[in-house]
Design a protein around this ligand. Sequence first.
Ligand SMILES: Cc1ncc(COP(=O)(O)O)c(C=O)c1O
Length: 490
Amino acid sequence: MQHIMEAKEDMPKNDTIKLRNKHIGKSCQLFYKTDPLKIVRGQGQYMYDEEGTQYLDCINNVAHVGHCHPKVVEAGSRQLATLSTNNRFLHDELVKCAQTLAAKMPGDLSVCYFVNSGSEANDLALRLARQHTKRHEVITLDHAYHGHVSAVMDISPYKFNQPGGDPKPDFVHVAPCPDVYRGKIRDCDFPEGTDLGQLYADEVARLVEASPSGIAAFIAESLQSCGGQIIPPKDYFKKVYKIIRDAGGVTIADEVQVGFGRIGTHYWAFEPHEVIPDIVTVAKPMGNGHPVGAVVTTPEIAESFASTGVCYFNTYGGNPVSCAIANAVMRVIEEEKLQENALNVGKYLLEQCRALRFEYEMVGDIRGTGLFVGIELVTNRKARTPATKTAKAVVDRMKKVHKILVSSDGPDDNVIKLKPPMVFNAANADQFLYAIRECLSFMENQEKGQVNGGSESRATVPMPASVTGGLCNLANGALSEKRDQMIKSV
Ligand SMILES: Cc1ncc(COP(=O)(O)O)c(C=O)c1O
């Protein structure tokens, strides 16, 4: 496409840095702080810097159907050239978007409110819950992040627990994150078969019992991403939802990061837990880079919200352009079978990542589902001591040497996270697997004092028996029949 070929910088990178330092708030985060990237265009699962260097994007769950997907760009451009106004006028894109979202939801989740971001969605979800229950208290999970506006910063330990964060309000109660690897209740401390979901749910029950005026809502990501790609133990959500509902509260599933087919097996990440939330919040992937989000709830809760007589109005929430884009994103997910792709490529990626545990002592845990994967690095496997420094070094090396963008997260910043655009394919998985092996080998060699040459020299990546049947040794892009078979069979 013409505009892609023309993508270039307006000023040299150093000037961009200077202007940013001068005019952009210091607290605005920058990836790769000491050597920031200047990205001038994106396409599919790739991003390109000002010199045309291609990076494999394993970070962006926002560019869900691929950066600048032509069908999404076309739908947005066409609508922008036709009409963009607020949702107090009738518009077909708005009602079609609500209809599609509702059709994707189970149970009674059929009433939508449109917003511009995940923060707005969670803020509105709290208002709905509080209005419906006539209560104010909220239970949130440790390490959770639900957005940047005041009401949701209050329920985001990820932020308020930072040294300079505002103190936690009394009406917020923090339950332990159901992380069975390094959380409060660990699988290694209990006999096999112990119901860890029950133990973690008991923690929520205790908070409910101690609540002074009753719980309005329990909010959680269906799979906690900021907590370090956490997969809660079996039946955790089932038990927690029952506790909350029995106590008269409502349940909110934050699907801002993990919704829209990312987990492969289901469209929504709450579904494998066999629960139906009372309120679901969605955003990021919904607009593929355009700011759009939604809150989906039941007619009953919507009725309570309407009963105040205070109208909900949001100048941009549900504007025709945002809705046309969201509709295009949801169409592309179906047309290109991206949920199926997440399932198949994700299974292959996860299986191959699991082999890393047998090859590298520093790989403590591998977990994930679909294209949502976490690699937890430790300095001591038995004690599960977080390898924070190593994780940062791996993230930097993946970018510098391999041109692959990954991030680290978790309470101790020691979990390498993958949440790439859903067009991530098997060749990309192989590219990632080769690179991560090289980085982990390099780190191991460094620890042993065996690095020859500078940081740019590559470690020789061993091919142990566990992976010679794997595919990471195939030449780049050489998709073999064998790989296709493997991907189908895992
Ligand atoms: C789980 C979760 N919820 C909500 C938000 C807030 O979304 P936004 O940045 O679109 O306001 C985020 C953002 O990272 C998130 O990760």
